[in-house]
Each structure stands twice: as C-alpha cells, then as structure tokens.
Design a protein around this ligand. Structure first.
Ligand code: C5P
Length: 223
C-alpha cells in the first residue's frame, strides 16, 4: 500500500511554493518543501563556519540538520525552524537561495538529504515541491507536474514581493540572478532540473494563482 505523492517541480519563482501549500491544504496532505532543506543546509553551514566549497563539511551539515516545519494556521505560511529557532524569513533571501543552489550541485549533499525527503511520504498523501521530486526523489509518484513561467514573469513576481517587503532591488538584477540560477539548476550533472517524462507541464505565465491551482487539481484528478 503506497502513499500517493503529487510531485511539483520547476524553476525558482514559478509559483510552486504557493501552489503546493494550497494543494496540501485542500487535500489535507503533508507538504515537503525540498528547496528549504537545501537553503537550510547552506544557512547552517554558514553559521557553523563551513565553507560552501567544503563538500565533506557540507555533507556532515546536511546529515545532522536539526529542522522542523510547523504547519501554518489559517493561511499563514509554514514556519521553518533550524536548531529550534525560527528562520522562516532568513532562508528566503536571494543570497540564501543562491547559496542553496551552490550546495545543491554536490551529489553527496543531495544523497545526504534523500532519505529525509522520502520520510515525508506519510498517509494520507504528500505534495512535494522541488526540482527533482518526479525524477529522483519520488519517481513512482502517480501525479507529476512541471510548473514553469518565463524568466521575465518570475523576475516581475519576485520584484513585487521584494518591493512590498521594502527591499532595494532592480528588475534587471533579479532577472540576471534568475537566469544564473536556472542555468546552474538545469546544467548540473546531479539531478538537473528537467520535467520527468511523465510530467504534465503547466506554464503559469499570465495565469492567476487560482487558474494555476485549478489546472493542478485537474491534473491530480486525472491520475
Ligand atoms: O525552490 P528553492 O528556490 O527554495 O530552492 C533553492 C535551490 O535549491 C534551487 O535553486 C536548487 O538549486 C536547489 N534545489 C534542488 N533540488 C530540489 C529543491 C531545490 O537542487 N529538490
């Protein structure tokens, strides 16, 4: 008896975080934010003084991560704890995302996080958000969605988020960062970002959150 998984993969900023939280809430299923594990590994390494090119050191950090995800109540986002302290905001910065994508190229770091990710597959079901959920971590998932959007649209969404938070950034800087991160995620040897053969591709460019959510629910309903 296997617990069903909805694997949602795609580039950063395509709306996976929002959509997977909505799906998990709608279905009453568990949620795995695998990107957070790479972000937490990068953050924990920085705090412990482990260099981001020290592969053995990073593997040790990844293997011993003390993390907890506390479900958000009533529409609040999930709270992320590292060593018992709230790092929900800290792990969302551009620099933490970039550092995450640097540690994520290392296969031994990915291996160190693999079982931890699979442990999220618990009854009644799991919605998994990442880059390699459908290809590597849950290849047997009955539902696989590859959620994408143009780089310009993703930069625009990120710009609006950051502007609302009062950050001082330009569209061009964000676009450059997004392109650099896409490049790194798609061209790495270890679990490169690409749709699984049996994934349904949804391009969210120009779609509202509701429209993307409805399409995902429709895909999930077909399986
Ligand atoms: O999705 P998020 O932006 O939080 O992911 C941060 C980085 O972690 C990505 O750019 C990617 O390099 C890496 N990642 C990964 N595999 C995953 C999830 C994230 O390599 N399943």
């Amino acid at each position: 008896l296997t617990v069903p998984v909805i694997a949602v993969d795609g580039p950063g900023g395509a709306g996976k975080g929002t959509i997977t939280q909505m799906l998990a809430r709608e279905l009453g299923w568990h949620l795995l934010d695998s990107g957070a594990l790479y972000r937490l590994t990068a953050l924990a390494a920085t705090r412990k003084g482990v260099s981001l090119d020290d592969e053995a050191g990073l593997v040790a950090v990844a293997a011993s991560l003390d993390v907890a995800f506390e479900p958000g109540v009533e529409g609040e986002p999930v709270r992320v704890l590292l060593d018992g302290a709230d790092v929900t905001r800290e792990i969302r910065t551009e620099s933490c995302g970039n550092n995450a994508s640097l540690v994520a190229v290392m296969q031994p770091v990915r291996d160190a996080l693999l079982q931890r990710q699979r442990d999220f597959q618990k009854s009644p079901g799991l919605v998994a958000d990442g880059r390699d959920m459908g290809t590597v971590v849950f290849p047997e998932a009955p539902v696989k969605i590859f959620l994408t959007a143009s780089a310009e649209e993703r930069a625009r969404r990120r710009f609006n988020q950051l502007k609302d938070a009062g950050a001082d950034v330009t569209m061009q800087d964000l676009l450059d960062e997004i392109r650099a991160r896409d490049e790194r995620d798609m061209n790495r040897a270890a679990a490169p970002l690409k749709p699984a053969d049996d994934a349904q591709v949804i391009d969210s460019t120009g779609l509202s959150i509701k429209e993307v959510f409805d399409r995902c629910m429709a895909v999930a309903g077909q399986a």
